[in-house]
Ligand binder design. Sequence first.
Ligand SMILES: *Cc1c(COP(=O)(O)O)cnc(C)c1O
Length: 387
Amino acid sequence: MNQHLRHDHVSSTPVPFIDIGAQRRRLGSKIDEAVTRVLTHCQFVNGPEVTQLEADLAAYTGATHVISCANGTDALVMVLMAKGVGPGDAVFCPSFTFCATASPAARTGATPVFVDVDAATFNMTAASLRQGIATAKRLGLTPKAVVPVDLFGQSADHDAIADVAAAEGLIVIDDAAQSLGATYRGRRLGTFGHATTTSFFPAKPLGCYGDGGAIFTNDAELADTLRSIRVHGQGSDKYDNVRLGLTGRLDTIQAAILIEKLKIFDDEIAARNATAERYKRGLGNVVTVPGIASGNSSVWAQYTIRLPKGCDRDAFAAALKAQGVPTAIYYARSLHQQAAYRGFPVADGGLPVCEALSADVISLPMHAYLDTEAQDRVIAAVHEAVG
Ligand SMILES: *Cc1c(COP(=O)(O)O)cnc(C)c1O
């Protein structure tokens, strides 16, 4: 094929929004061999790979205890159950996030109280958290827990939130579903707050080939309770259950896959950061590019820009699509704007930033296998669409 034809072919193929296939090809036989080992020993539940993965993740994050589990939502449910959160309790959550940040609190019978976020980092602000606590008290709720989210790959402001939480005696559960591997003031996520949760859904920065999740904590007693909740609430005897629990385990095959993926994870994070840098240089003068707070590093789960005032988001997305550049909107509605969550309280002062973000954000293709040619196509398409 001559150079010219090849170029035409490449530029007409859509840029993948995320590219799980490219990672699969890179890992190749490593994954096949890992899965085959499980198929050989047949310990599909609680196999040796589960223990190995938990140890690898403990070493990676610095957390003392890692409890792998079925998904990132169950991870939050399990911590709330372990801490006895329930009716009458307020659980503070940002509203600009995925629904699974808040649904676990609601499912325990507690009341999610929605809090506003920062316009540059998209993460919960301590100021709005304080207002949310005042709102909860006025409503007769007991301020019980806060679930800061490390959104789109970037850590929340954990020190600021810890200060407010300590003053109010709140349990801090860090929802790092999108941000495992990110650092806050030089330290990887996994050891902030009382517990950190994550998800291994395939599209997350560290994804498996199905559903999976994990909980990180330095609290040995909490870790023991979580291990019991993970298996129906079992006590020392499997058939003498001491509390309510779930079928909350991670499959051995998924653990085996994650062990291989964790080995290349830092390399992938570096590739995502190189793409983010190029996007920033190419796009910073036409749209609002994401702000990374000083002291933070991101794993770029999403590259989410804000469109200039007057730029029609649907038309922008259609123009990019016509150039073979897919986009996605995380999140066109904040949680307090969705039917299932509309009935829950919002912090005094309202959530103006969440609402503004939901109106003007759009996410561009981002993954570790986006070559510079594809990055430049994205940049050119954005310039053309903004006009
Ligand atoms: C994906 C996600 C979850 C839930 O993870 P699952 O594994 O899909 O249950 C929770 N919180 C946030 C912020 C997420 O992005």
